[in-house]
Write a protein that binds this ligand. Structure first.
Ligand code: ADP
Ligand code: ADP
Length: 213
């Protein structure tokens, strides 16, 4: 299974990608997680990406494209992958398309988790994660268990101001990528407002139907 998860910030991509990765036994490749790891490790890439990320701006295409192409070449991606948060711009989609075509690796599906803007601010400002396991929680929708409540953290860019910038970027830069995949017959839309279990069932149901069809 080779798939892309698309959606606005807070749509539930990370939440679903973790479950899908376990379900299909394939790696979850989150460009946001990779960039945060680069920032934390203080690598050259991390130093370049830090200011863009804090402001809710996109990291320049050339940096992100090189990072993803390198990652997809690693052996664990041979049997499939879930891309989460990439591509986010038209040039990223075109670069990915070229790289996959060269490697003769077709994509199976692009899943759009659809959530209206009104729901996003609430989701993002309530988001917390466990630094030890990477599990994503929400202070109201999915509160962390009491024994780990003291160690959950909030992302630096999960402020109302940075979220507004990210939502604007999503509409301006990422939504225009959708017709690219729709034209190829790869786009599957699911309702992201449903309970996470229902979103998961909708995604796996649609993927299984697409594979049979
Ligand atoms: P969210 O899912 O909340 O939108 P991510 O963890 O996917 O956040 O991304 C966090 C930040 O990392 C983005 O705001 C952006 O600065 C950077 N980033 C992640 N993926 C990309 C990408 N494909 N292109 C450019 N910047 C990216
Ligand atoms: P993304 O990776 O798209 O930015 P996340 O998976 O990190 O999104 O989810 C953003 C926040 O919304 C998290 O706090 C998560 O617990 C919560 N969340 C995810 N899916 C749902 C859902 N279906 N219903 C309610 N809250 C959700």
């Amino acid at each position: 299974m080779r798939m892309i998860l698309v959606g606005a910030p807070g749509a539930g991509k990370g939440t679903q990608a973790k479950r899908l990765a376990a379900h299909y036994g394939i790696p979850h490749i989150s460009t946001g997680d990779m960039l945060r790891a680069a920032v934390a490790a203080g690598t050259e890439l991390g130093k370049k990406a830090d200011a863009y990320m804090r402001a809710g701006d996109l990291v320049p295409d050339d940096l992100v494209i090189a990072m993803v192409i390198e990652r997809l070449g690693q052996p664990d991606c041979a049997k499939g992958f879930i891309l989460d948060g990439f591509p986010r711009t038209r040039p990223q989609a075109e670069a990915l398309d070229r790289a996959l075509a060269e490697a003769k690796i077709p994509l199976d599906a692009v899943v759009l988790i659809d959530v209206p803007d009104e729901a996003i601010l609430d989701r993002i400002t309530g988001r917390r994660s466990d630094p030890e396991t990477g599990t994503i929680y929400h202070v109201r929708f999915n509160p962390p268990p009491p024994e780990i409540a003291d160690r959950v953290v909030q992302r630096k860019d999960d402020t109302a101001e940075a979220v507004r910038a990210r939502i604007a970027k999503y509409h301006a830069e990422t939504e225009p990528v959708l017709p690219f995949y729709e034209d190829k017959g790869l786009l599957i839309r699911v309702d992201g407002l449903a309970h996470p279990d229902e979103v998961f069932a909708a995604i796996t149901g649609a993927l299984d139907a697409a594979r049979k069809g």
